[in-house]
Design a protein around this ligand. Structure first.
Ligand code: OOB
Length: 549
């Protein structure tokens, strides 16, 4: 099989596979920039984006969004940004998130989607890995001075030439530049870099192409029945793949619908917007679904416009799934997706049993699913378990990457030789093709949808002089599903306390959701037969501790 490689930085699909995806109509040769031009022609005066920044409400029609993206692209080009440049985008749910990413796409530059929760250490890592030219951020968000962090990172990373702060006079001026046309980039080329949840070390960069991502966006909009009359509320941080494209802001735009950006996910703010904007569809992680269900019982807000609530990012417990429809007066749609590609949805006309008891079935008839021997980390696509048995999920398809960006070594284990992505998820496949997620084989903690790499946190802990060894495991949690617990073996004669270690990790400049929820100091770790730290035993010890409380 000949492999068409996109160079040393990332692995493309083999030629004959790509030819099939084109022939099947999945890849249509359209870029996101060109899509916006088409949308602006079709839906010119219809509302595209509603959002607020610094207390100021903004409403843009499709024509206005298109014009803004045109002008900003010209302004960014005047600053020296070029096609192929990488640009860190660290924006909360503000309207400019949308104009900025379309401006970058028009220019052919690649957004690198960082989360508002990321801090100095993560931004620096992404900037270095991507050799980013610029950072786009806001002055302040949730009491953090993002502009100061971005400037500090720019001072340390040679490639970073510009820090652009949305809302500053300089940024406003960029957006007033006379528009000009750009060459449309290659639709099969990289459109942006998304972040993985991380299981071995920090997040990996995920190269997504215009063609592959647009296919998943188009189908997501169809599966979720988005129409021009729909109103999508983005409650989660929009840079994440779920609110961005499943069906998310991009799916809503694709359908000519309206996107409302909620500055916060909590029910007070979200319910206010559902009532005032007549929101029809939104997306939440399970702990937020639980908070919305609880708040719905005592709200005065009119939520009657809400038709569909998507729940995903982490396992939605059956009991919670059953409460969502009755409490919020809407239909539940479960989503099991990953930034690497594969997205599964329960369908709106699926029987209750599948909607409540599974995490959906894949978007595409060409999403290949293999459920393989869960005990063998090297299992290939040939090692399938019997139908209905639990196994490790492997997948490949028209919108699932074949390799991370600049990560050849990691790719050798994260993908099989025949190009399947090892998701690290344990699933059971139902006869209908629906997948039930039953657990996880990867070293990651899923903190209510926020992914924490055990290894990344262990490395931060081991940087402390009083720590000899660290092992980070999940601990079951009623609200978040899981929290992080760090077991620590102190260095000789050292007595690091829990508060001190948590403070130390936080001061390493990482997202607050990665700081261990619990720290337990022990003399030594239990080991497996071959002498590796037994995380299974550590988790069991924690469970016993919880039971005896
Ligand atoms: C979404 O994307 P990521 O990249 O933050 O995380 C992917 C991982 C999956 O491999 C799985 O471990 C977990 O998150 N996950 C779920 C789940 N949805 C995601 N585990 C159980 N049940 C679910 N419904 O989280 C993401 C991307 C697109 C759409 C939705 C979620």
């Amino acid at each position: 099989m000949s492999t068409c490689s996109a160079g040393p930085d990332h692995t493309a699909w083999p030629d004959e596979v790509a030819a099939h995806y084109r022939a099947a109509g999945y890849w249509r040769g359209q870029t996101f920039g060109a899509l916006l031009t088409t949308l602006a022609a079709a839906y010119a005066e219809r509302p595209a984006v509603v959002g607020e920044r610094a207390g100021q409400v903004t409403r843009w029609t499709y024509a206005e969004l298109d014009e803004r993206a045109h002008r900003l692209a010209a302004g960014l080009a005047a600053l020296g940004l070029r096609a192929g440049d990488r640009v860190l985008v660290q924006l909360p749910n503000v309207p400019e998130f949308v104009s900025v990413i379309f401006a970058l796409w028009r220019l052919g530059a690649w957004p690198v989607f960082t989360l508002p929760a990321h801090r100095h250490t993560e931004l620096r890592y992404f900037a270095e890995k991507a050799e980013a030219s610029a950072i786009v951020t806001v002055a302040e968000h949730e009491r953090h001075d993002h502009a100061a962090t971005a400037r500090a990172v720019a001072g340390e990373v040679d490639s970073l030439r510009e820090v652009l702060v949305v809302g500053s006079p300089e940024f406003t001026e960029l957006g007033a530049t006379e528009p000009r046309e750009f060459d449309d980039p290659d639709p099969e080329g990289v459109a942006f870099l998304q972040l993985s949840g991380g299981s071995t070390g920090p997040s990996k960069l995920i190269p997504r192409t215009h063609d592959d991502y647009l296919y998943s966006v188009r189908e997501s909009a169809r599966i979720c029945a988005l129409r021009p009359e729909s109103v999508y509320l983005a409650a989660l941080p929009v840079a994440h793949n779920f609110p961005l494209s499943s069906p998310g802001v991009l799916g809503a735009l694709h359908a000519g619908a309206t996107t409302v950006l909620s500055p916060r996910p909590d029910p007070d703010v979200a319910f206010r917007l559902i009532e005032s904007e007549r929101v029809t569809i939104s997306a939440v992680v399970p702990p937020l679904a639980a908070a919305w269900v609880q708040a719905a019982a005592r709200t005065d807000r009119d939520l009657s416009s809400l038709d569909v609530l998507l729940v995903g990012g982490a396992k939605c417990a059956r009991e919670l799934a059953e409460r969502i429809g009755p409490a919020l007066g809407c239909r539940l749609q479960q989503v099991f997706g990953m930034a690497e590609g594969l997205v599964c949805y329960t369908r709106l006309d699926d029987p209750d049993e599948l909607v409540l008891g599974t995490q959906g079935r894949p978007i595409s008839p060409d999403d290949e699913i293999r459920v393989v021997d869960p005990g063998d980390p090297d299992a290939t696509s040939a090692d399938e378990v019997a139908p209905g048995e639990v196994g490790a999920l492997l997948t490949r398809g028209p919108y699932t990457i074949r390799g991370y960006y600049r990560a050849a070594e990691h790719n050798a284990t994260a993908f099989t030789a025949d190009g399947f992505y090892r998701t690290g998820d344990l699933v059971r496949r139902h006869p209908s093709g629906h997948l039930e997620v039953v657990g996880r084989a990867k070293e990651q903690i899923n903190r209510g949808g926020e992914k924490v790499s055990a290894e990344e946190v262990e490395n931060h802990l081991m940087a402390h002089p009083g720590v000899l060894d660290a092992a980070v495991v999940s601990v079951p949690d009623e609200y978040l599903g899981e929290r992080t617990c760090a077991y620590v073996v102190p260095a000789d004669g050292a007595h690091p306390g829990e508060a001190e270690l948590r403070r130390f990790v936080r001061e390493r400049g990482i997202a607050a959701f990665k700081v261990p929820d619990l720290v337990v100091v022990v003399e030594s770790f239990p080991v497996t037969g071959v002498g590796k730290t037994s995380k299974r035993e550590l988790r069991a010890a924690l469970a016993a501790l919880a039971r005896n409380r």
